[in-house]
Structure formats: structure tokens, C-alpha cells
Ligand binder design. Structure first.
Ligand code: FAD
Length: 457
């Protein structure tokens, strides 16, 4: 056992802020860290038997570092380094060239939203910019459905499109890519992209090797309990399922009317359930990582391109899916413009207001509520990373919403860890979910009443 505890454990993991990205593992000079599943279905860093020299390299690449030193860069500092010369800036969007809504004709059917993620990768291969994509596909390990993997052909890429709301880690991949012949592109949610930028600062060879980052706009990382719960709700035999698919589109319906499916292993039958049948899994914070409540990067600000769903009329009326895209580098812009000219992409420019509206729920929760959440956890002695959002007082009714969401999130993890059964879970969560619903409804009523007499919330 290590004599000294790696700093990332005392400053991050012990405050329930580890997101499992594994950047710390790839930089640890004494190889004193591993990644493991915790009791709540998340991947987290842990110490192994090697001796830690306590030099703090692990903390310097951690996206949720609670005690950054003067050389540690936050998203704003990293953007100056990695997105220099990008002409536009908005405090909620970050640095960018242009904003779009659209899709790829070839890819959207087999993709989560508009398929621009897979399209970009294909073009990066075609242009000879990269030889490999590091992205999330099927796992070869028994304890995970999905994992980061290296994909070195366009054909394989097409088979692994789609979003996986499943914990994954870059722990071994960041080391692996240094050995690859040729440059790489990587996809990741905001905190993973930040970890990659920090790792690039730590190791110039990664700066050379990683030529492009596809940012996934993220509303929160889910525990593996989320997948288990959905599989159980869909009717799969308890814990005997495979191939979970989180975004089964309904082309005849709206974009948000998607389903979850998985294969029931004993019968080999594909089980499917519409997400509207399971209720709100995102706004309620169910099965979400604690760290996500302390992340203010809503749009994955450090990627070359950030991609999300166009939760915006008229795009959300089309069940085949549309992306919103924030291009932040010249390569990203060139690929999108070429796609528009060739007719491979359908793209419409979005105004800042329209883009912001497409992620409004996430901004409301992540930015407006963050200071309330920080105060809540500080009161119980837990640390949080520094954030960039100015402290602004939240009216009492919105503070209550934040408190109710924190309780729902925590309880969902405790209840699933104990029972692993969706009927028991739903019964045990009923009151908590009802409380959240009533408090949220009340806050809407107060907000509407205030705005009708000209008072801003
Ligand atoms: C945890 C999570 C939360 C999200 N929350 C939001 C949200 O709040 N608002 C919003 O607008 N969009 C959100 N998204 C993004 C959205 O679901 C789509 O992933 C995005 O719009 C890209 O769609 P696409 O059709 O272009 O991607 P595709 O063409 O389907 O390609 C997706 C690519 O991403 C890779 N990938 C899949 N899962 C992961 C993962 N976990 N980490 C890294 N790479 C991955 C795939 O291997 C594939 O290469 C979220 C995604 C994730 C993973």
C-alpha cells in the first residue's frame, strides 16, 4: 500500500468529485493509481500497492481539482492556449467561430442526433489529418458495456456511432495513443476534454499527437445504475442484458420521443422502452455523478467542435434528429463549410439566442444553481472545485429546487445500490420525485407571477 496518499484521492475522490476520466492515472510517475468501480456504479481513481511520491502530477491534470496551484489552468486559461485566434466569444458558449443546427445525410440514421460527430471523424480520415479515432464503443471487459477504444478505419467508425450514457475512462488510452503510428482525434464530454487539454499541457507529445477534439455537449454523466434501471424497466432479465442503446429514434415522432433498448441475454430478444414511459431522467438528476453539479462548462468549451442535440423548434419536431454544432477551430469550420457546399450536410446558422435556448435547461441548472449547490456541500465539509460563475443570489424557491434535485440524485444512487429492481426503486423514489415535482411546479408559478408584474427572477 502507498505510504503517502495520492493527492487526487484526498482532494478529489474523497469529496465525491472523481469523474473517472483517468487522466491522473496516465500521468502518475509512480504508477500508484488505478481506476475501479465504486459502490454507486461510477468509475473512480484509487490507490494501488505502488508507493506514491506525492508530487501532485495527478492533481494537475484533474478537471475537478479542488486546490489548483498557480500553474493550473481553468477552461478560460486553456481556451487562450488552445483556441487562440478564434474570433467570437460569449461567456456561456466560450470561444467560437460559428453556431449551426443541422445533420449529415449519410450518418444521422445510425447516429444519436444529426450524425455530425461521425461525419467529422470520417472527414478527418479523408483529409489525412488523423489515422485513428479514440472514441466510445463496445467493451471487451466483462464489467462494462462500453469503453474508450482506438478505431483506425472509417468502416469500423460507422458501426460505433451513437451516444453512450455509460461511465467510461481514458486511463489507459491516453498512454496507448502515444505508441500509435499517426495522429488521433478524440471525443469526450466537457470534463474529459478539459482533462485531455490539461494532459496535453503536461506532456507535449500529446499536444503533437492529438489533432482534433470532438466535444460532446453534456447534461451530466450517469452511473451504470442508469443503464441497469432502464434495462429492468424495458423488461430485460435482471442484470442479464447486453448492447444497451440509449437513443433509439422514432422517425415518425419528435426528437425527444426516443427509446432505450437492450438485448435480453437469456431469450436474445431486443427489449425496448420509450423514455417518456420512465419519466424525466435528466432534469431530476437521477443517477447523475456528484461532480457534474460543480461543472460550469455547459458547451464543452475546449473542443474543436462541440455537438449536442438541437432541442429547439423546428428541429425538435423531427424524430430523425438534428445536431447543434459550435465550431471553434479552422479545421472544424472548413469541414462544415465543405460539407455544406458538397450537399453532404444540411446546416443552418444559429443566432446566439437560439443556440443558448437549445441548452436552456442545462444553463439554468448548471450556471444559475451552482452557487446554491456549492454552499450546500461546503456546509457538510465537502470541497468543490473553483468555478467561473459569479455568485448571484438565487430566490428561495429556486434554492428549494436545487436542494430537492440534490436529494433526488443522492437517493436514486442509494436505492438502486440496495435493491437493483425497478419496481422497488420506483416505490422508494415516489415521494422524493413527487416533492421535486411539486417544488419545481411551484417555482414555475412564482416565476410566471413575478414576470407578469414585471419582476425578473
Ligand atoms: C453523458 C452524455 C450527456 C449528454 N447530454 C446532452 C445534453 O444535455 N444536451 C445535448 O444537447 N446533448 C447531450 N449529449 C450529446 C448527444 O447525446 C449526442 O452525443 C451529440 O449530439 C452528438 O450526436 P451525433 O449524432 O453527432 O453523434 P454520433 O454521430 O452518434 O457520434 C457520437 C460519437 O460520440 C462517441 N461517444 C458515444 N458516447 C460517448 C461518451 N460517453 N463519451 C465520449 N464519446 C462518446 C461515439 O463513439 C461516436 O463516435 C450528451 C451525451 C452524453 C454522452
Amino acid at each position: 500500500m502507498s505510504l503517502l496518499k495520492p493527492l487526487v484521492l484526498t482532494k478529489v475522490v474523497e469529496h465525491d468529485l472523481c469523474i473517472g476520466c483517468g487522466a491522473c492515472i496516465s500521468v502518475c510517475p509512480s504508477k500508484a493509481l488505478d481506476i475501479t468501480w465504486n459502490n454507486y456504479g461510477f468509475l473512480v481513481a484509487q490507490a494501488n500497492e505502488n508507493r506514491c511520491d506525492n508530487d501532485g502530477a495527478c492533481l494537475n491534470v484533474c478537471p475537478f481539482n479542488t486546490e489548483p496551484n498557480e500553474s493550473y489552468q481553468n477552461e478560460d486559461g486553456l481556451a487562450i492556449q488552445y483556441l487562440s485566434g478564434v474570433p467570437l466569444y460569449h461567456p456561456k458558449i466560450g470561444h467560437y467561430n460559428s453556431l449551426y443546427a443541422g445533420y449529415s445525410h449519410k450518418h444521422r440514421e445510425s447516429s444519436s442526433s444529426g450524425g455530425i460527430g461521425t461525419y467529422i471523424y470520417e472527414k478527418l480520415f479523408d483529409l489525412g489529418i488523423i489515422k485513428h479515432v479514440v472514441t466510445v464503443g463496445d467493451s471487451n471487459k466483462p464489467d462494462a458495456h462500453y469503453q474508450y477504444k482506438v478505431v483506425s478505419s472509417k468502416e469500423e467508425l460507422l458501426t460505433i456511432s451513437k451516444t453512450r450514457y455509460h461511465p467510461v475512462t481514458l486511463a489507459t488510452v491516453l498512454t496507448e495513443i502515444k505508441e500509435l503510428d499517426g495522429d488521433v482525434a478524440i471525443s469526450g464530454v466537457g470534463c474529459f476534454i478539459k482533462a485531455i487539454r490539461l494532459a496535453q499541457n503536461n506532456d507535449p507529445s500529446l499536444k503533437e499527437k492529438i489533432k482534433f477534439l470532438v466535444g460532446i455537449i453534456c447534461g451530466g454523466v450517469k452511473s451504470t445504475f442508469f443503464t441497469e434501471y432502464l434495462a429492468d424497466k424495458a423488461g430485460a432479465t435482471s442484470n442479464q442484458f447486453s448492447n444497451p442503446e440509449y437513443r433509439v429514434k422514432d422517425p415518425e415522432s419528435t426528437a425527444s420521443d426516443y427509446g432505450f433498448s437492450c438485448i435480453d441475454n437469456p431469450t436474445k430478444i431486443r427489449k425496448i422502452i420509450k423514455m417518456r414511459q420512465v419519466g424525466d431522467m435528466w432534469g431530476s438528476g437521477l443517477f447523475k455523478a456528484n461532480a457534474c453539479d460543480f461543472c460550469d462548462d455547459v458547451t464543452t468549451e475546449l473542443a474543436d467542435i462541440s455537438l449536442g442535440d438541437a432541442w429547439l423548434s423546428p428541429y425538435d419536431q423531427d424524430g430523425r434528429g438534428h445536431n447543434v454544432a459550435v465550431s471553434r477551430s479552422n479545421i472544424a469550420d472548413q469541414i462544415l463549410q465543405q460539407g455544406l457546399i458538397s450537399g453532404e450536410l444540411e446546416l443552418e446558422e444559429l443566432s446566439q439566442e437560439s443556440f443558448l435556448a437549445s441548452q436552456q435547461g442545462s444553463f439554468n441548472h448548471r450556471h444559475d444553481g451552482i452557487n446554491t449547490r456549492i454552499e450546500m456541500v461546503k456546509r457538510i465539509g465537502m470541497a468543490t472545485p473553483p468555478t467561473r460563475v459569479m455568485p448571484t443570489p438565487l430566490p428561495f424557491y429556486l434554492q428549494l429546487v436545487q436542494k430537492a434535485r440534490r436529494c433526488t440524485r443522492a437517493k436514486s444512487l442509494q436505492i438502486w445500490a440496495l435493491h437493483k429492481n425497478s419496481i422497488v426503486f420506483d416505490k422508494n423514489m415516489k415521494l422524493e420525485k413527487l416533492k421535486l415535482k411539486v417544488i419545481t411546479k411551484l417555482s414555475h408559478v412564482i416565476r410566471r407571477a413575478k414576470s407578469s408584474i414585471g419582476i425578473k427572477s
